[in-house]
Design a protein around this ligand. Structure first.
Ligand SMILES: Nc1ncnc2c1ncn2[C@@H]1O[C@H](COP(=O)(O)OP(=O)(O)O)[C@@H](O)[C@H]1O
Ligand SMILES: [Mg+2]
Length: 254
């Protein structure tokens, strides 16, 4: 059984890509077979693994055009860890599929041809609409990074409404959890925002918080996960714990 997880938020810069890269890397280190999918035309996940999005190779866009050939878009990164990269062509997908009856299920059809993984993690773009709906329609679990700052909730309410709507076409979808990111204890607001999140969302909020940590930002510039970059950094330790929580929360045995 494959656990499929979409990491989504319409806000940019909240830590989606970083979470997919690092939780994915830790799950692979724990011996799970992991596939990451870059589902953002900006291709930050592809770049973060040191790959050139403009290289001449099939991407997630080709896989959406021809789902039975999806395997040809898979790149091996590390033992147990694969990636389907993206490039800017993906930006054309919304228009390309605009008249397709199954336009919201394009990514789901790709996933049907990617077998043998314990986890598939999808890195969504910073928007609601076509890409986020496709990501949520393709998976069983949604994971939302919530940047610990004022007004974080407004965007969350919109996103929860979209998740509710997608459930009509994908009743299997459930909320794996909300991960507090860019957590800065020195900021007086942090405690307040965290308390509100835990009160409002209860058990949905992961115990692990992802601290602000410069190593997390440096690692992808080197094409590595933060665990590979500096295993003892606060950021790396936090992602190990978050990966553990993701494993423990699963409903399905993997
Ligand atoms: N916990 C963190 N501490 C410091 N920098 C971070 C952290 N998480 C992400 N970053 C950096 O912040 C920027 C935005 O993060 P990213 O994961 O790309 O967000 P998103 O995918 O939601 O746009 C990137 O440069 C990333 O390396
Ligand atoms: Mg991103």
């Amino acid at each position: 059984m494959t656990r499929t997880i979409a990491v989504v938020s319409q806000k940019g810069g909240v830590g989606k890509t970083s979470l997919v890269q690092n939780v994915g890397a830790e799950l692979a280190s724990l011996g799970k077979r992991v596939l990451l999918i870059d589902f953002d035309p900006q291709s930050n996940l592809t770049l973060g693994w040191g790959l050139d999005p403009n290289a001449d190779r099939p991407t997630i866009y080709q896989a959406m055009l021809n789902p039975p050939g999806a395997l040809s878009s898979v790149v091996n990164l590390r033992p147990n860890l694969d990636l389907i990269p993206a490039n800017l062509d993906l930006a054309g997908a919304e228009l390309a599929f605009i008249n397709a009856i199954d336009r919201n299920n394009k990514l789901r059809k790709v996933l049907q041809h990617l077998l043998g993984y314990n986890f598939i993690l999808i890195d969504g773009p910073p928007s609601l609409g076509f890409f986020t709906v496709n990501a949520l329609a393709a998976v069983n679990e949604a994971l939302i990074p919530l940047q610990v700052q004022a007004y974080a909730y407004k965007a969350l309410d919109q996103l929860l409404a979209i998740i509710g709507q997608v459930r009509e076409i994908n009743p299997e979808l459930w909320m794996l959890g909300v991960a507090l990111t860019m957590y800065d204890r020195r900021n007086a607001l942090t405690g307040t925002v965290e308390d509100m999140a835990r009160q409002r969302l209860g058990e949905s909020v992961f115990k692990t918080v992802i601290p602000v940590n410069v190593r997390i930002a440096e690692a992808p510039l080197d094409g590595t996960s933060v665990g590979e970059y500096e295993a003892t950094s606060k950021g790396a330790v936090a992602y190990v714990q978050l990966a553990q929580e993701v494993m423990e929360r699963g409903r399905a045995e993997t």
